[in-house]
Design a protein. Structure first.
Length: 191
């Protein structure tokens, strides 16, 4: 059991027969006779739908754990992504809607933790920020202008600052698909 005021992103809740993974949680303190509350946004782990909940701060909730196993991404089809265990070579498929925006950043042979609930694969744990290479963009302009459009190697279009050149590697936030910063080559290498 967990108290609603202790909910954090990544917490897995069992509500009735459904399993939800908390994405974000905010807390509102009560005033006067109004009790405080926890507002939570969560994703259903089996079908990927988003739902919002409101709990009293002292309310007890049933939490559970998902088992994790490191697996290798093989390929994605029209509606599923397939992963393989490097030890047993067992393959499992996960619906793309359960994975979310991370599907655009999956690459062949990438190792990611796959989460299981009661032996059934339900989602993956993807880093919040990934590195990607710029395939095409306009050449740098040395003026104080807004961002410009760029294409990543995976085909995703993002906005980047004017100084970014084709072939450079950038960091991108997976959830929002936004540019974070440029990956710089280490210029102080010692031989």
């Amino acid at each position: 059991m967990i108290i609603a005021s202790q909910l954090r992103p990544g917490t897995v809740l069992k509500i009735g027969q459904d399993i939800f993974k908390v994405l974000e949680s905010t807390y509102h303190l009560g005033q006067g006779k109004m009790p405080g509350s926890a507002h939570t946004r969560a994703r259903h782990v089996l079908n990927g739908t988003l739902k919002e909940f409101r709990f009293r701060l002292g309310e007890r909730l049933e939490d559970t754990q998902l088992q994790r196993q490191d697996m290798e991404f093989l390929y994605s089809g029209a509606d599923t992504a397939t992963f393989m265990s490097p030890d047993s070579f067992e393959q499992v498929s996960i619906p793309l809607e359960a994975i979310g925006t991370a599907t655009k950043f999956l690459q062949a042979e990438m190792k990611v933790p796959v989460e299981f609930f009661e032996g059934r694969p339900v989602s993956i744990v993807f880093p919040p920020i990934v590195e990607a290479k710029i395939s095409t963009t306009a050449h740098p302009v040395h003026q104080q202008q807004d961002n410009k459009q760029a294409s990543l190697e995976n085909g995703l279009e993002i906005m980047v600052p004017q100084f970014i050149k084709p072939g450079e590697t950038v960091r991108v936030e997976v959830a929002t698909e936004r540019y974070v910063d440029r990956v710089r080559a280490d210029t102080n290498k010692r031989f």
